[in-house]
Design a binder for this molecule. Sequence first.
Ligand SMILES: *[C@@H]1O[C@H](CO)[C@@H](O)[C@H](O)[C@H]1NC(C)=O
Ligand SMILES: *[C@@H]1O[C@H](CO)[C@@H](O)[C@H](O)[C@H]1NC(C)=O
Ligand SMILES: *[C@@H]1O[C@H](CO)[C@@H](O)[C@H](O)[C@H]1NC(C)=O
Ligand SMILES: *[C@@H]1O[C@H](CO)[C@@H](O)[C@H](O)[C@H]1NC(C)=O
Ligand SMILES: *[C@@H]1O[C@H](CO)[C@@H](O)[C@H](O)[C@H]1NC(C)=O
Ligand SMILES: *[C@@H]1O[C@H](CO)[C@@H](O)[C@H](O)[C@H]1NC(C)=O
Ligand SMILES: *[C@@H]1O[C@H](CO)[C@@H](O)[C@H](O)[C@H]1NC(C)=O
Ligand SMILES: *[C@@H]1O[C@H](CO)[C@@H](O)[C@H](O)[C@H]1NC(C)=O
Ligand SMILES: *[C@@H]1O[C@H](CO)[C@@H](O)[C@H](O)[C@H]1NC(C)=O
Ligand SMILES: *[C@@H]1O[C@H](CO)[C@@H](O)[C@H](O)[C@H]1NC(C)=O
Ligand SMILES: *[C@@H]1O[C@H](CO)[C@@H](O)[C@H](O)[C@H]1NC(C)=O
Length: 764
Amino acid sequence: MFNMRMKWQPLFYPAILIHLVSCVANAPTSSLCSPVGLALGSTPSSQVELIQKFQLTPSTPLATLDYGHEVAGYPWFNVESVSGKVQIEVKYSEEFSGLNNNFSDGPFSFAVGLANTYRVETFEVTETGSFQAYLIQGGQRWQSIRLLTSGIITFSSIGVAALNDIWKLGARAASAACVEQGTQKAIWDVGSDGTLVRGMRAANSIQGAFFEDYTLEFDAKIERAGFGWAVAHPFTSPTESIQLNLVGDLPEDTTFVNTNKSLTPPNSVLFGFGYSLINVMTLTSYRLDNFQVPFSIKENTWYTFKTVLSGGAYLSVSINETLIFNISLANYFIGGSSIPTVGSFGFGGWQDQAATIRNVSVYDTANQTQLYRNSMTDPNIVLPEYGVHENYASVCMDGAKRDRLVWLGDLSHTTRVIAASTSRNDIIKSTLQYFLDWQTVDGFLPFAAPLGYDSSSASTAFAFGVGAASGVDLYGIVLADYQILGLLDFANYISATNDLAFAMQTFPKWEHLTGSLLGLINSTTELVDLSVAFLGPGTGDDYGVSSMGFCITSGVANTTQASQFLSQLPNLKLGPGYKDSSQVSSNDSSINISPNTNGFLLEALLLQNTTSSSITALELMKSLWSPMVNDEETTTGASWEYVDLQGNPGLGLYTSLSYPWGGAPTYLLTEYVTGLQKAEGVRGYGYGSWVVDSSAGVAMGLQDSSARVVTAFNGSLSVQWTIEWSSMKGFIEAPVATSGIFIFGGKNVVLNGREDYTFTLSIT
Ligand SMILES: *[C@@H]1O[C@H](CO)[C@@H](O)[C@H](O)[C@H]1NC(C)=O
Ligand SMILES: *[C@@H]1O[C@H](CO)[C@@H](O)[C@H](O)[C@H]1NC(C)=O
Ligand SMILES: *[C@@H]1O[C@H](CO)[C@@H](O)[C@H](O)[C@H]1NC(C)=O
Ligand SMILES: *[C@@H]1O[C@H](CO)[C@@H](O)[C@H](O)[C@H]1NC(C)=O
Ligand SMILES: *[C@@H]1O[C@H](CO)[C@@H](O)[C@H](O)[C@H]1NC(C)=O
Ligand SMILES: *[C@@H]1O[C@H](CO)[C@@H](O)[C@H](O)[C@H]1NC(C)=O
Ligand SMILES: *[C@@H]1O[C@H](CO)[C@@H](O)[C@H](O)[C@H]1NC(C)=O
Ligand SMILES: *[C@@H]1O[C@H](CO)[C@@H](O)[C@H](O)[C@H]1NC(C)=O
Ligand SMILES: *[C@@H]1O[C@H](CO)[C@@H](O)[C@H](O)[C@H]1NC(C)=O
Ligand SMILES: *[C@@H]1O[C@H](CO)[C@@H](O)[C@H](O)[C@H]1NC(C)=O
Ligand SMILES: *[C@@H]1O[C@H](CO)[C@@H](O)[C@H](O)[C@H]1NC(C)=O
């Protein structure tokens, strides 16, 4: 558990427990999370008042709901009365300003995260009582409900059905990103009629990972508006995918009135490339063409769709044997290279669309050999194959709302945040096991494992499927530094928990990974060559916060080298923190500052154990992390992914405002400021032996600090120290089986044999 009191507490205390608990306490039942604030009007407003029962009418059509902090779950509505035609458009957003945006803060087309791809969702309400959205929203603070039609609706309550106890108890960013096995439900309904697919980023078949130049045939029946499908999607190159979308005739009586007919015109097939049909931040997408269907496509009617990729160059679509188009891909511009015809196929759709798919088959276009066949009626086959199965394991994802993949590198902060806060080390263990389940024959781990595919059938496809790096192990090339972070995560987990049984049981797999990393050592430089690294260039060239952080925290830099390296820090100062690379121009106002990498630097500063570096660390914490709590419209009470030079969310609305990789202060405050650490080496594992070093906290000018961690020795270890007048008073509670020392002003107090210790040291 996390608990800390300091003079500057309002700035840093993440208020995690308090807000989440109060959210739950306000809810009608203990498992529901309700908003705390409400504003009614015709536009979104952050000036909310206490939540109460509310009505939407044509003159007051919009409710803004504020949950007060990051929440997640299945959106849930309780309707007290409804009259006339009522369609409501619901938006979800972390940052308030998302509610003023057409697509809110989405869509999130990066991956199938077992959550709603879209942040805008429409409902037709015809009866009273409660209803729940089918798809989960991964993370939000704000929500709006807009009445689109002429009727009137009264809500008695609104909320999010909270998923598990972790979310109620944990440090917020890590809690929202760490999910228990089976809590993120399957997102397709598979039945005897076929598979019902709701609008989402297309989910692709693992069976197609090695296909090229094929013909895809399937039957589809529109349930609402239309559906999407993808072809030529290489698992090894997720930026690439041919995106197709069929829009039906959009009959007036069943079509939502907010259907965007300029984006999805009736009776047409849309052709795009990339993640989606629209661009979102860094996810480049091209909407390339729009083909009119020469007849009316009815809802609730089966049609046969045939998509042909041929000769590495052509794409055609036919509906019920009528050719809709046959195009040369070279005629479409996607910024340089031409559109490839390799990779898998899958199904999805635009916001609010839904369709049933069945009888999928794939043939080699040139020789007509059948490559694949699936009736789409068996959930045991369909769900794992398309990666839409409920989450297989308890895992920590990168963030609550977006990406929603199990990122290997991100786990390094998460592991330590959890050890210092919620102590749900069991989820770290199962996340580490999940990576090992995906380990390739070469020993590498996936840099970002998906939630809903079965590792035993999908691992090879993700690492070796056709695409950019065809034939070689992608994980040894792309973000290869994450492999090293994975080893650190394992070491950090073991030292936090003393779980030697897990260490022994999995050790051969970690050895295999280590051996593969040693294979990357360049015999000339004797340094590891990482082809494409996240934290900096794969070899040489520049310096930045990560290289400073890791050279120092690893112990590779000796004292002289560390202080020389840190003397260059002023060159990296930019906005609220330090920039990632010395080669980035400080004049570029679009640069984002990374709390992830600055977190590694922060530990290097604290490790120096000098007054000046402790003050620099304090200034960094204040400047980079206080923007995350100061602005009422952007704070979610959780740590952010990026911060821009003005202290706003760093990638605009797309940024995750609940991202554990930005949470380093959570554990660094415990470990260095209160100063509660494991002793070095094996004897410190699980806090069997511990050290409380108040030096940095005292250097920062704190007068009172406390922290608590859970040990591996039947109980927690809590520390409180206070400076009063001319003395330092300490109070420590610790399991009797553990022992430690308290360091202050050059004195070491040895503490053992008891369950609590109270002592006073005079300041000389
Ligand atoms: C929002 O949608 C409306 C209607 O489609 C359009 O006119 C407007 O330009 C859109 N706004 C932005 C910022 O795209
Ligand atoms: C409708 O789609 C267009 C793109 O064709 C987009 O610019 C606009 O913002 C969308 N409007 C709404 C209200 O979503
Ligand atoms: C489309 O073709 C299928 C057979 O492939 C047939 O069952 C269906 O009735 C046809 N649909 C229409 C609307 O013609
Ligand atoms: C599309 O056109 C190309 C080039 O003419 C041709 O090779 C291919 O067979 C056509 N595909 C279909 C399905 O007609
Ligand atoms: C298509 O699916 C229907 C319903 O499952 C089935 O009756 C029919 O035999 C299938 N057709 C083919 C060609 O597989
Ligand atoms: C047809 O093409 C597939 C590859 O798509 C290949 O595996 C198979 O051997 C080919 N069959 C014949 C008869 O050429
Ligand atoms: C090893 O590093 C040297 C110096 O950077 C470089 O020239 C050489 O290409 C590297 N060797 C390999 C096999 O990558
Ligand atoms: C640190 O390493 C450098 C380079 O090897 C060496 O010259 C220096 O003496 C070392 N300093 C200390 C304090 O060990
Ligand atoms: C950055 O701006 C300063 C002050 O305007 C200027 O002197 C310097 O040359 C600029 N540096 C670069 C790399 O543009
Ligand atoms: C913790 O307590 C249990 C039951 O009281 C005991 O069996 C176990 O040995 C204790 N573990 C440690 C590490 O003291
Ligand atoms: C930090 O510095 C103080 C003296 O200011 C010293 O007593 C303490 O042992 C140092 N801590 C570490 C971990 O080196």
